[in-house]
Design a protein around this ligand. Sequence first.
Ligand SMILES: [Zn+2]
Length: 856
Amino acid sequence: MLKRNLNEEEESMRRARITCFVFLLLFISGLVSAQIPNPEEVLGFRVGTDRKVADMHQIVDYFKKLDRASDRIIVQEVGKTTLGNPFIVAIITSAENHANLGKYSQYQQMLADPRKISDVDAEKIIDAGKAIVMVNCSIHATEIGACQMSMELAYDLASKNDKWTEEILGNVILLLVPMHNPDGTQMVVDWYKKNLGTKYEGSSMPWLYHKYVGHDNNRDWYMFTQVESRLTLKVHNAWHPQVIMDMHQMGSSGARIFVPPYVDPYEPNVDPILRQEVAKMGTFIASEMTAEGKGGVMYSSIFDAWTPARAYHHYHGGIRILTEVASVRLATPVTIKFDELSNEVKQPSVKIPLPWKGGKWTLRDIVDYDYSAAKAVLTNAARLRENWLRNFYRIHKKAVTRTEPPYAFLIPENQRDLSTAVKMMNVLRMGGVEIHRARESFTVDGFQYPEGTYIIYMAQPYGGFAKALLEKQEYPEFREYPGGPLKTPYDVVAHTLPLLMGVDVMPIEKPFKVQSAKVDKLSLPKGELNAVNNAYGYVWGHATNDDIVALNRLANKGYKVFWASESFVENGKTYPPGTMIVRNRKGLAEGMKSIIKDLSVEFEALKAKPGVEAFALKPVRLGLYKSYTASMDEGWTRWVLEQYEFPYKSVFDRDIRKGNLNRDFDVLLFPDLRTNAIINGIPEGSVPPEYAGGIGEIGVKNIKEFIQSGGTLITLNSASDFPIKQFYLTVENTVESVERKDFFIPGSILQALIDPTHPIAYGYERGGAVFFRRSPVFSAREGKSVVRYPLHNPLLSGWVNGEKYLYNMSAIVDVPFGKGKIILLGFPVLYRGQSHGTFRFLFNSIYYGAATRREL
Ligand SMILES: [Zn+2]
């Protein structure tokens, strides 16, 4: 009680101080500009104050106030986020430029497509245009400094009238995205405030800071699976910025800020002009900040520029300036002694000429560093406005006048999964890629292609983006020392969409001529239904993801659905194992009719019951394990399951500890998690007790009972270690203790051999492509090996060291266990929502897990 009274007294004194302070500020700011509200007066604290953070609502509210008060700022709501919050962008420039925004965005469109203008026109636009800078704050919501800083930056640009401000406002149009992940900002601020003043202050949140993908939300810049990625594209593609800042934070004990240039390698389709511009801007920031006396500014370290997943801009004429500032515990300061700093940042070097001396590090320091970096970027963009615009034009001019092979990529309409092929082309189209269709049949290199073939010409503004995603990656060798291990890439190294998605695409190395027209809209192919009276039932295929969605819709409506477990002949046609069969019943015809409206499924009537064994399927009670270690793979799995209409329930540690799992579930699915994370969870004492600990020994026992009583456990990628060790399977992960110098595959696409007679692989062909990343390699002495690696180097795209460790080893194993089974899916079958080609290994496993085999 006494404590509380004291606090109240302190609080009222503090309020009085703030009120005085605010009046004083109002007085001073009145001299600068009449009504622009500053962040401190609106928030009630100075931005960056220890233990104080503005949440999503406060930030949106502040920007709306700025919009109303200033003729230099327009705030637009681009759309709603995944959780329905506003995703805003503030367009900041002089009032005069604001009056001509349409004209300037038009200029950008013209410079971005040199097919439409002459070099003379281009020079006129370069003379008259503005540099476009986009600043994206805090996509990783715990890296909260940037979104706090954005309010100060916007306020200064709205209110100041000094020479610098005028120069920026006159020459630059700033697209400021104050929160690149508004949902996450709200979540982490709520979590932080809830635990403020407790021993859990500054602890990590025990769930993802994006509903589905958490930290992977900045690995989505070519697949555009998430709402926020698509909203960003809307802004980006309307403006084609020359400079994009992505403001992040990193660990506490390294440099105070990282700025580009990046380390090798660059993805080969990034124009060399752009690479130099990245270096130009990066070193400019570094020199400005060092000149301001800010220590610990470092470049050429850690971060590379290989995957397009983080760098959409590099294929669209803009530089990506990544900044990574050292973190605190959200808003709680930290102290780092000089001795505790990493060795790399202690001694002056070319990369870091002015090291930081150690000491206290606060949110305000982060805000100051972020502000300085943004200020330097704006200064450079304003002063070199003309260079930025001209080089932007040159990059696109090179792209549209490209003359070297490949000339095009062809996508035949005759595809195993045309629906997924269309999805792939729509992804490219979102990235500005033009797709044409042949209006006649034509011959290239001795092969004839029919009319209707899709053509992606390389000589187009974003041909490089298409090429990067359609070709195979050859990751260059950068070794730690001659003969030593490969330098660890910062991220995965393969991103060949046709392989990931299972789409047939042909690169064309020779010039060719064909009448073709640009496609304005690519609709998903429709299905087919030949309904007959008194049919026994209907069959459809198993080779596409749409086929599975159709299965979900019918099974969940209670229709009796089967997979033929052997091939059979009917209507003079041979149907392979896995063919889907649905028994006729009232309403089925209507149900199928509605399915073929949006799914590319072909239903054929069966006059009589085929004499064949089959798996009888049922709606599966699926439990998806959700750990408080906040697994991104769990989030991606949820996202994919929802996209493909699989009902599921999240299963928490407490549910598994409680036991009796067969009552609620047929199948338990464990996303990519280490055994320690599953069993022990987050250590006691580092989060509030309700989130600490994993499933524990009791949970292990309960899962064992669940499987032995007939349940199915499916494990994704490294989670396979859990049942292998805990349930003593005679399946071994043969690369578990192999050193990185001997075996290393940093996110590559590999050839795999598939057994299409096994239910997990129904609908597949004998050969396929799988994504391998931190994956196990199985030697199985029990169960059935469903997918294995070949007896030769399986590399299709990316990089492999130590391929002999893969020869003839298994990637997917189906292990009977008691009355149930354990299905080890030993690679990321749903990899970041991209590997459409291997989704069905999971989809099949789910149904197979709850199926019974019997005479049809
Ligand atoms: Zn980050």
